[in-house]
Design a protein around this ligand. Structure first.
Ligand SMILES: Cc1ncc(COP(=O)(O)O)c(C=O)c1O
Length: 363
């Protein structure tokens, strides 16, 4: 039976990457050691991390005045690192269009009890359970603020921001965890980008941070591990980094480059997700909770049947047929198909066949 992994993260990785890692598992590049056994200060690992950075810079067209870091602690640690490093004594705006954006804002509010800065909710669609991207009124933005935080892709709710808000020159900071490398963004439109690796980049444990140099803190931070400048100046080697995860990320970047890069990937993703969206749209059995089609995520596609009981039945039957992890997030229910870069087109076609059959049997 073919297994299709629809998990929102950790998620499906490209087969050729896993095969390459398997082939190199016991003996990396004639070192007689696994990558896992290499010192992070060794020549071999130095080449790996430098190549990984170079490939990511090429893929995302990251300008030289941006630093790239491979950190730890997940995207969730960035919810605190960000205000800690960037917002001291200033205002920081949050656009909350999903559960993760809400978490970022909530963490900022919590931190503001001990560090002087002012987190401000700029826009939210919480009242309608994040079924759309809220409008942003730039007249409300103080141009001296530290940043405007957005989530480019709402993993749980299946919406995305493609057109960035006008922020009067205040840097946009983005949690890009679930659509980094899936669609093209212009890096110069952002002050800082962060993303957990476990969706489009590699295994859990690596967090990518891309930051414009002039935003790096001048004063030392609370802790060296939480200090962007220290981490950036140490080339992500201030302490022992997640070496194996960075190695897999490098392989994924090579795979993506070979495939044609981010623009080609976006084309593939739009076509792939379009198949599912078109099917849901013409069906009167399945519905999408996303209100506006312009907000649709290419990466995470939630949908429901007419009842919770049928949703549960769908998940159960799908699972038995090899469509794994298609249950929606526990906070919203229903189903969610995460179609990250490595998810095969054939998996969508097979899912559509199953959806048609399920509809006929349960209508
Ligand atoms: C958009 C977004 N932000 C943040 C997170 C949290 O990431 P982590 O588990 O790496 O802290 C997730 C996890 O799925 C996410 O999808």
């Amino acid at each position: 039976m073919t297994i299709y992994n629809f998990s929102a993260g950790p998620a499906v990785l490209p087969k050729p990457v896993l095969e390459k890692a398997q082939a190199e598992f016991l003996d990396y590049n004639h070192s007689g050691m696994s990558v896992m056994e290499l010192s992070h200060r060794s020549k071999e690992f130095d080449d790996i991390i430098k190549d990984a950075e170079k490939l990511l810079r090429d893929l995302m067209a990251i300008p030289d005045n941006y630093k790239v870091m491979f950190l730890q602690g997940g995207a969730s640690t960035q919810f605190s690192m960000l205000p800690l490093n960037l917002a001291k004594g200033r205002k920081a705006y949050y656009v909350v269009a999903g559960s993760w954006g809400k978490k970022a804002y909530t963490e900022a509010v919590k931190l503001s009890k001990t560090i002087p800065f002012e987190p401000i909710l700029l826009a939210s669609s919480e009242e309608t359970t994040y079924d759309h991207i809220p409008d942003i009124d730039s007249a409300k933005i103080d141009k001296d603020a530290a940043y405007v935080h957005i989530t480019t892709n709402n993993t749980i709710e299946g919406t995305a921001i493609y057109d960035l808000p006008e922020t009067k020159g205040v840097p946009i900071v983005a949690d890009m965890s679930s659509n980094i490398l899936a669609v093209r963004y212009n890096i110069e439109d952002f002050g800082l980008i962060y993303a957990g690796a476990q969706k489009n980049i590699g295994p859990a444990g690596v967090t990518i941070v891309i930051v414009r140099e002039d935003l790096l803190n001048d004063e030392p931070m609370l802790s060296s591990m939480l200090d962007y400048r220290i981490q950036a100046e140490a080339g992500s080697l201030y302490n022992t980094p997640p070496t194996y995860g960075i190695y897999i990320a490098k392989l994924v970047f090579e795979w993506l480059k070979e495939l044609g890069g981010v623009d080609e990937m976006e084309k593939i993703n739009r076509e792939k997700s379009g198949l599912l969206y078109d099917f849901i749209e013409q069906s009167d059995f399945y519905t999408s909770p996303v209100k506006n089609s312009k907000d649709r995520s290419v990466a995470n596609i939630p949908f429901v049947t007419p009842s919770k009981d049928l949703d549960a039945k769908f998940v159960k039957e799908a699972d038995a047929l090899g469509f794994k992890n298609i249950k929606g997030h526990r906070s919203v229910g229903g189903m969610r198909a995460s179609l990250y870069n490595a998810f095969p087109r054939q998996g969508v076609l097979d899912l559509l066949e199953f959806m048609k059959k399920f509809e006929e049997e349960n209508k």
